[in-house]
Design a protein around this ligand. Sequence first.
Ligand SMILES: *Cc1c(COP(=O)(O)O)cnc(C)c1O
Length: 391
Amino acid sequence: MRYAPSDLPVFTLTTGPVDAYPAVLRGLAATVLYDYDPAFQATYQRVTEKLARVVKSETMPVLLQGEPVLGLEAAAVSLIGRDDVVLNLVSGVYSKGFAPWAARSGAEIVELAVPYNEVIDPAAVARALAARPDVTVVALCHHDTPSGTINPVAEIGAVVKAHGALFLVDAVSSFGGMKVDAESAAIDLLVTGPNKCLGCPPGLTILGVSNRAWAKMKANPQAPRASILSILDWEDAWRADKPFPFTPSVAEINGLEAAIDLYLAEGPEKVWARHALTAKACRAGLKAMGLPIWPADESFASPTATAVRTPKGIDEAVLRAEVRARYGVVLSSGRGETLGKLTRIGHMGPTAQPLYAVVALTALSGALGALGHKVDVGAGVAAALAVIDAG
Ligand SMILES: *Cc1c(COP(=O)(O)O)cnc(C)c1O
């Protein structure tokens, strides 16, 4: 049997967008209220207050009405002015991609880069800052998703704080799937969204802003106002008695509330543990099947996405197409520099359940075998199950 491209997938095990939780879908289906209806204004404030418990920023989280690329661009152009010197920490496609936004103001960009299967060393950040005492903003992508690697955000945050620069972090694909918050990593501007580990569809940005970041944005004459890119316009919008700059994404807010309720009810630590266990089982299975992961060291492999190197002689796009056609399973490709070199298995939100690792391993092994690269699927499944049973 084959699944046609027009057939719906059976398992979407991607790195985002991800399957939404059923409760989120019910939230999205709630009555669409007028945004100035007091019931919606109260909802908006309540959702922001619930987010504040997990984002842990010094001030109330800000919601922007677009998926997190909007938040990254808005953060760059709001925080960074022409007099700034930005240290951009590049460990992959997303961190590299941040530079053009950061440079739009005319700021100087200093780059500290590592190969895309490595992570940033906090000591190297300290050296870079010592060499350039004039750095005012440091930008990091916590989980550079197209590599499946996790940067040591808290350690780097401590270095940045000691230097006195502002710390801007893309935590889009890590937040909600592992420990990362503004407080524990000394983040001044945390950018994330509900469409990865919180299990919502794409459509919103969540920002955690420090007092210093607000002051910096307000003092930046280049920070957008009266614009879809404005963060400043939304500062007080969380309050039920304050106006919105423009119509918020009503249905998405309802979906987000369902997600954050699930997250708080299950308990963040438990949620992180099932992400970590799923990824660990996945890595064990890959290893047993002789398929190396992309990260140079397992210690910084992501708990929310596993990147597996494409075996020599296999066309990665053909491999993913085969996985979908044979088993109805959708996996993610690499991006940019990692495109064609690896396949990514997402463990995000509802798919961060250990047995989904087994689904991905079996589908991958079957498709590889069909393409002439035989692997020992039995050994892979046994290794994954051993991790799951011990967890
Ligand atoms: C998903 C993601 C974003 C949002 O960008 P899209 O590619 O448009 O979904 C931003 N940063 C990171 C690290 C991401 O994984």
